[in-house]
Design a protein around this ligand. Structure first.
Ligand SMILES: [Fe+2]
Length: 296
């Protein structure tokens, strides 16, 4: 008697960027995130178990989260950012889309996102001058508080916030945060959470310092590898305190601080350093938002 070998069907890989996981792994990582101790998401406990998970979140983080709790983007601000992100090319592209196009040209390893310094200045502030912004160039680049704008389907590389303590407070849309055990392409994934407006994740030197952020919203009908085809976005408010800023003591230079972070290159999987900067300052973005809102 002969046995026939049944040809194995090779299923197409479902492991795509940004997290390279299939649906079963995603389900498992979401459940794992709900068991993380302390809780990755700052929340009001509704059970004794959850209370204990919240209890172990460091006081500095709780203070940052409490101060950010009422921050939201108004609907007109969301609409204005959507208009400024809307697809358009060349001279017709609005401010935020122009910045995305430039960033995609300069770094083709992942789809870009936009950093807005709440204090300080941005690299492309002069691009907001046609929107009525008067650039003074007086401020510094460094800012402990940053508004990040995540176009739908765009994501960060895996990166570490080093020795800083901080929060990621969702302001608009939706954001997926994947936490890793260490900064290594093959690092074990600790858990996956989706933040909606008002929800806050956190990190410190010892906990959750390595992550990847992704906006899971609809990327439009004709996205390319680096740029989506829609104005949809998620937005988050980030605060990063250097180690010396969490104690109230005199600041001393920190080896690892918010001025730079380490990341894993999405293409080569090598460890690299990135000096942080902001694309825009909040006054420049606000001027552009006001301009498009008043233009109707
Ligand atoms: Fe981050």
């Amino acid at each position: 008697m002969t046995t026939q070998t049944v040809p194995q069907q090779t299923a197409p890989s479902t492991k795509k960027p940004p997290f390279y996981i299939d649906r079963n792994e995603e389900r498992e990582l979401r459940m794992r995130a709900e068991r993380l101790q302390p809780s990755l998401v700052v929340d009001q406990a509704a059970s004794f178990d959850e209370y204990v998970r919240q209890l172990m979140i460091p006081p500095t983080v709780m203070d940052l989260a409490r101060k950010a709790a009422n921050l939201r983007l108004a609907s007109w601000e969301v609409q204005a950012i959507r208009s400024l992100l809307a697809p358009g090319w060349g001279a017709a592209a609005p401010l935020l889309r122009s910045i995305l196009v430039r960033k995609a040209e300069e770094d083709d390893t992942h789809p870009p996102y936009i950093r807005v310094a709440c204090t300080g200045k941005g690299l492309y502030d002069d691009w907001a001058e046609p929107y009525g912004f008067d650039e003074t160039k007086q401020a510094n680049f460094g800012s402990p508080a940053v508004l990040e704008i995540w176009p739908a389907q765009h994501y960060s590389p895996m990166h570490s916030h080093g020795d800083t303590t901080g929060i990621i407070h969702c302001l608009a849309g939706q954001l997926d945060v994947m936490c890793y055990e260490k900064l290594d392409w093959n690092a074990t994934k600790r858990g996956l959470v989706t933040l909606t407006p008002g929800q806050c994740a956190w990190l410190s030197k010892k906990q959750y310092a390595v992550h990847k952020v992704f906006c899971p919203l609809d990327g439009g009908e004709q996205p390319t590898a680096l740029l989506n085809d829609t104005g949809d976005f998620g937005a988050s408010f980030h605060v990063y305190l250097n180690e010396t800023e969490t104690t109230g003591e005199e600041p001393v230079p920190a080896v690892l601080s918010r001025d730079s972070f380490s990341y894993i290159d999405e293409r080569t999987h090598e460890l690299k350093e990135f000096t942080t900067y902001s694309d825009l300052s909040w006054p420049a973005l606000r001027a552009a938002m006001t301009h498009v809102a008043s233009a109707g």
